[in-house]
Ligand binder design. Structure first.
Ligand SMILES: [Zn+2]
Ligand SMILES: [Zn+2]
Length: 138
């Protein structure tokens, strides 16, 4: 007998948990759903989660999960996720770049890096005004 058997939270069947928390059957199903959504997003860049869910029959929550897991990294879905740190809309993962940086800084503690300053706005010297006098270099 195996004391490590667990009930699959999705279908309730007993299984021995491996790297994932659901049984193989559900894992396979999830994999299929993932591929379906992936294909849909590839063919329909810019689709919303809602549309993808409607078209593929995969639950929105599932699609969100794929994105959260970083499996569905796509420019297709815009701003559907919120940073868990500051609530800013993000495209994938759980945190926005700012919060990731902050967390990294917290981890590395004392070696806190100053925030990189944005490049100063270096516009090319304006030319082409009609009144402007032209000159040539000697
Ligand atoms: Zn299952
Ligand atoms: Zn954030």
């Amino acid at each position: 007998m195996n004391a490590n058997l667990k009930n699959c939270p999705q279908c309730g069947r007993l299984f021995s948990p491996g790297s994932r928390n659901i049984c193989n059957r559900c894992l396979e199903k999830e994999e299929e759903e993932y591929m379906t959504v992936r294909r849909y997003v590839r063919d329909h860049p810019g689709a919303s989660i809602f549309e993808a869910s409607e078209e593929t029959g995969v639950e929105e929550e599932k699609i969100m999960q794929f994105i959260r897991d970083g499996r569905l990294v796509t420019r297709g879905f815009k701003g559907v996720l919120q940073c868990e740190g500051c609530g800013k809309p993000i495209n994938n993962g759980r945190f926005c770049d700012d919060c990731i940086n902050e967390r990294n800084n917290a981890i590395y503690g004392a070696a806190r890096q100053p925030k990189p300053q944005p490049e100063p706005d270096r516009k090319p010297p304006s030319v082409g005004k009609r009144s402007e006098r032209m000159h040539v270099r000697d």
